[in-house]
Design a binder for this molecule. Structure first.
Ligand code: SF4
Length: 412
């Protein structure tokens, strides 16, 4: 843990250092320095890449950023020209468009040197990376992870540990980079601290009012994707936690006029219209828990910490814990617990036409929430990155109706 007697770094300068634009510039600098550029999917043990001096680029993150600053259309168009229908996940279409045009929302991107993906988050990653492999004719490593009831079963963890070791072998063979155990331990230690402070931030949301805005968290998650394993990343979450802790002590709430409703958001944020979240906050509603922030990132091990002395084992435990790779009843348990722990008044289910692994089981969760907890639920449809067909006005009208139901159910 960071030394409590030392002052956390200045948050503003950390934000600047780890912004989306800065991560683009870091990628260019890494390429100029001759570091191999690896296109990696979410859930690849990225700590290993940092420890090997391989620079990871994440197409899902590039797609989310492009959508967030409304510069994704050109990439969707590149996918459309190649016959991709809109029913294919928008991250995949946008990510492939970025690869084919070799541009990101911020400008040109360097030619990648290798590719790594895995099957755990969704099987579409395999097809997506196969297109990349075919286009760039560069070596690709596909990590395997069967579906499981128990992600921490020792046999299962041992299997994935072998996958990580095989990934190291693949990188060494194709880049000449070597894994040094001291570097790996350092990367795991930084990752552990980043995950620890992320968890502490999420726990602050149990306060009434919760000082943390989901709108901010959606942006603040970026270093957990693009800089995990680096000291700057750990320092950033430390500073962020301290800032939120102060706000909690002051009774601050992002919900305007005071926190009238505490909500759960289910699904990926709507990157192209994050104003939807702002609108909830303007009306006194605050999101206090989401599976996206709470279950997809951070130290997902049984102890909630990573052990730098057992780096392969600890990373295997962390990365086998993938929500979309587990049976549905696990999701019910998480929702049930969060509703109690965070004293939730209602749920917003984003039925995302792109991401079936995230949207699957929503009806059953809604049923459980209504039956066991009697809470109002708003379901609205859309897409996380493709703004086509989305109407902010329509969303606002539905939110207004939902908030009225929440108000009357509180009175009742
Ligand atoms: S379907 Fe979902 S998990 Fe798969 S690539 Fe798209 S957003 Fe990611």
């Amino acid at each position: 843990m960071q030394d409590a007697s030392t002052t956390p770094p200045d948050l503003k300068s950390m934000v600047k250092k780890l912004s989306a634009g800065a991560s683009y510039r870091r990628m260019l600098a890494a390429s100029e320095q001759g570091r191999p550029i690896c296109v990696a999917s979410a859930a690849v043990p990225v700590e290993v890449l940092y420890a090997m001096d391989v620079y990871p680029v994440f197409p899902e993150s590039l797609a989310a950023i492009a959508a967030g600053i409304r510069k994704a259309d050109e990439f969707f168009e590149a996918a459309r020209e190649r016959g991709f229908s809109n029913s294919v996940c928008s991250y995949t279409r946008c990510g492939l468009g970025i690869a084919w045009t070799q541009k990101s929302a911020f400008g040109p991107i360097p030619e990648p040197d290798l590719f790594i993906t895995d099957v755990s988050v969704c099987c579409l990653h395999v097809t997506w990376w196969a297109y990349l492999e075919e286009h760039f004719k560069k070596p690709t490593f596909y990590m395997d992870m069967p579906a499981t009831d128990d992600p921490w079963d020792p046999e299962y963890v041992a299997y994935y540990e072998e996958q990580i070791r095989a990934m190291v072998g693949f990188i060494e063979e194709h880049t000449g980079c070597r894994l040094h155990m001291d570097r790996l331990k350092e990367a795991v230690s930084n990752s552990d601290l980043a995950g620890l402070y992320w968890k502490k931030i999420l726990e602050l949301r149990r306060h009434k009012p919760s000082p943390v805005s989901f709108r901010n968290l959606a942006g603040e998650i970026l270093p957990l994707v693009t800089a995990l394993g680096e000291k700057d990343c750990a320092d950033f979450y430390w500073a962020l936690y301290e800032a939120y802790k102060q706000q909690a002590a002051q009774g601050y709430s992002p919900a305007q006029g005071g926190e009238r409703f505490r909500l759960i958001w289910n699904g990926i944020p709507i990157w192209h219209h994050l104003q939807v979240i702002n609108y909830f906050e303007e009306k006194g509603a605050n999101f206090v828990w989401e599976p996206y922030t709470a279950l997809s990132w951070g130290n997902k091990t049984p102890t909630g910490r990573l052990d730098p002395e057992e780096p392969f084992r600890t990373l295997a435990q962390k990365y086998t814990n993938i929500l979309t790779n587990m049976p549905l009843h696990r999701r019910f348990q998480y929702f049930d617990q969060a509703i109690r722990d965070y004293q939730v008044d209602g749920l917003v289910m984003f039925s995302n036409r792109s991401c079936r692994p995230q949207s699957i089981g929503q009806d059953e969760v809604v049923e459980m929430v209504r039956e066991i907890h009697g809470l109002p639920v708003l379901i609205f449809e859309g897409d996380q990155a493709d703004a086509e067909g989305f109407s902010l006005q329509e969303a606002k009208t539905r939110i207004d109706g939902f908030l009225e139901i929440l108000q009357s159910s509180k009175r009742g």
